[in-house]
Write a protein that binds this ligand. Structure first.
Ligand code: NDP
Length: 293
């Protein structure tokens, strides 16, 4: 029997629709649309694609987008000055600095300079601390999207065994914190973990955020488990072509899991939808209005 497909594309479209539906009421109460500033430094082609699609999504949601494109040789001081301007701009509710940054700029210093209440990416240490201590803040968009898909599929996550493979600050660690908050029993695995297959086999929920094509195999999966594949890996598809695959060997895991996200069309579309949701929440909090769930 095949696993149920978790359709992140459809869920993300619904979430984007709900955010867009809430924008007119915000605008009527606040006298302006929620605003997101996106900063791109340099010409990295993948980053340029992300920034373009974020800009389009902001526009479609009826929000105000402020795009800042800076040359690759921008100094850290110049970027920090722009961040300070955006922090002080009342029309800007969310600030997103697209990573990676060129080598002359320290990413940590830039993230630390963003007002935590405008940090819609949830990367600031203040927001990491708020998440770790269960306080309201902003959580990173990709793991937030994973949590929404899990709750939509499973309802309450209480008491479930979750294994998160990967411990990055933007996916693995915040994912584990959110699952802990949702009352799962959480194990974080990483490159030094012993017997990864044995640990993953315990899990009711597996979140793979590694960056290794099709690493998670069918024998690792407990029958019926829910599998969330965050990985995005481009591999050779023969005949001079490439294709995108996740960190999970989808074609075999689909026969064992209870439900699984595809790549593409699973977690990927949730990231931008959650960015819009975080921007609306930031706008509501700053305007003293009730934030949506
Ligand atoms: P990082 O490279 O920052 O982290 C990868 C993690 O995987 C590390 O903690 C690393 O362990 C662990 N790891 C590496 N090799 C192994 C292994 N053999 N066994 C177990 N663990 C291992 O990646 P990110 O967290 O930024 O991203 C992970 C994946 O998710 C990537 O494919 C990325 O493209 C994708 N991604 C997708 C997004 C989306 O929107 N869908 C958004 C963000 C990322 P250690 O700490 O020990 O080095």
């Amino acid at each position: 029997m095949g696993a149920a497909l978790i359709d992140g594309k459809a869920f993300a479209a619904g979430l984007r629709g709900r955010v867009a539906d809430a924008v007119p009421a915000f605008a009527a109460a606040a006298g302006r649309a929620p605003g997101l500033a996106v900063v791109l430094v340099g010409e990295d082609p993948a980053s340029a694609v992300y920034v373009r699609s974020k800009g389009r999504a902001v526009e479609e949601a009826g929000m105000a987008g402020f795009e800042h494109r800076l040359p690759a040789d921008t100094t850290q001081a110049d970027l920090l000055a722009l961040v300070a301007t955006l922090n002080a701009d009342p029309a800007v509710d969310g600030i997103l600095v697209q990573l990676p940054l060129p080598p002359q700029i320290a990413e940590d210093a830039v993230i630390a300079a963003i007002d935590p209440d405008k940090d819609v990416d949830g990367f600031h240490v203040v927001n990491a601390g708020r998440l770790a201590t269960g306080q309201a803040g902003f959580v990173p968009c990709t793991p937030l999207g994973c949590l929404m898909l899990l709750q939509d599929r499973l309802g309450s996550l209480k008491g479930l065994e979750a294994v998160v493979i990967g411990r990055s600050n933007i996916v693995g660690k915040p994912m584990a914190a959110m699952l802990t908050q949702a009352d799962c029993t959480v194990t974080i695995a990483h490159s030094r973990t012993r017997d990864l297959p044995g640990i993953v086999r315990r899990a009711d929920i597996v979140v793979a955020a590694v960056g290794r094509a099709e690493m998670v195999r069918a024998e690792w999966i407990k029958p019926g488990a829910t599998v969330i594949d965050v990985g995005i890996n481009r591999i050779d598809a023969g005949a001079g072509k490439t294709k995108l695959v996740g960190d999970v060997a989808y074609s075999e895991v689909v026969d064992v899991a209870g439900a699984i996200t595809p790549v593409p069309g699973g977690v990927g579309p949730m990231t931008i939808a959650c960015l819009l949701r975080n921007t609306l929440v930031a706008a509501c909090r700053r305007a003293g209005l009730a934030a949506p769930e």
